[in-house]
Design a protein around this ligand. Structure first.
Ligand code: NAD
Length: 259
């Protein structure tokens, strides 16, 4: 499987799953635009690690809440690298709170980053993909694109929305050589999950250890999915061999949604 000569934009790739995907795509030969709102140190570390795979790497600090910055990021990637062939919509945030206390500003931010940003990147990247008759759109959804959990109203709404958007885009582009698929991980041990442990403990009035066990109890394998496992699936969906896979939503959740 080689992605040599392809260029990938991976949103939210300074940390966690996005960083793992950027590494896997670069390992397979793709040039990569790394994006994220990490600290200067995190950004530099992420860029260094991806660049160490030997392909061209750029960093774009576009904020996924700003549609003009998103359009500029795609346009700049096309100008600097010649194309955007693989688009991974991965940037995401979480907030855990009862619906009646859910901060309005957090709702708006989650819908903007976890859902609307994918519309803006796809809208900007599709014309070039159509011209080249080749494209791979990979939306990092979640088991929460198929199942709900209490206290995660905005996240569940955004991920269900992103799964639906993935299918619509697949149908629209089915004859254009462009695929659109969702990857839906269960719990993966990343800063996003780590940060929600104290909130869950508070909402449920339990200890942080109990909160961790409660999270894992959803996953029959009783272990966190790894970043590398999600990245390998995304890299396969980006490959030539995955040309007939479109409109799919691949769970990688240790059996969670089989229940
Ligand atoms: P993470 O917190 O480790 O990384 C999130 C990335 O998104 C970071 O690079 C961050 O800088 C970036 N980001 C956040 N806000 C941004 C913004 N406004 N503009 C640009 N970049 C922004 O999280 P993660 O766990 O790696 O999550 C990545 C994706 O995977 C998210 O969409 C998340 O919903 C999804 N996911 C995670 C899990 C899990 O258990 N960790 C499970 C299912 C789905």
């Amino acid at each position: 499987m080689s992605l040599k000569g392809k260029t990938a934009v991976v949103t939210g790739s300074t940390s966690g799953i996005g960083h793992g995907i950027a590494l896997a795509l670069a390992k397979a030969g793709a040039n990569v635009v790394v994006n994220g709102l990490g600290t200067e140190e995190e950004n530099q570390k992420a860029i260094r690690e991806v660049a160490a795979q030997g392909t061209r790497v750029a960093f774009d600090p576009a904020n996924m809440m700003r549609h003009n910055q998103i359009a500029e990021m795609i346009a700049k990637a096309e100008k600097d690298f010649g194309s955007v062939d693989i688009l991974v919509n991965n940037a995401g945030i979480q907030h855990v709170a009862p619906v009646e206390e859910f901060p309005i500003e957090r709702w708006d931010a989650i819908i903007a980053i976890n859902l609307s940003s994918a519309f803006h990147t796809v809208r900007a990247a599709v014309p070039g993909m159509k011209r080249r008759k080749w494209g791979r759109i990979i939306n990092i959804c979640s088991a929460h694109s198929l199942r709900a959990s209490p206290f995660k109203g905005a996240y569940v709404a955004a991920k269900h929305g992103l799964a639906g958007f993935t299918k619509t885009v697949a149908l629209e582009l089915a004859e254009s050589g462009i695929t659109s698929n969702a990857v839906s991980p269960g719990f993966v041990w990343t800063p996003l999950v780590e940060k929600q442990i104290p909130d869950l403990a508070k909402s449920e009035n339990i200890t942080e250890d109990q909160a961790k066990r409660q999270i894992l109890s959803r996953q029959p394998t009783m272990r966190f999915v790894t970043v590398e496992e999600v990245a390998a699936l995304a890299a396969f969906l980006a490959s030539e061999e995955a040309a007939s896979i479109t409109g799919a939503n691949y769970t990688i959740d240790g059996g969670w949604t089989a229940q």
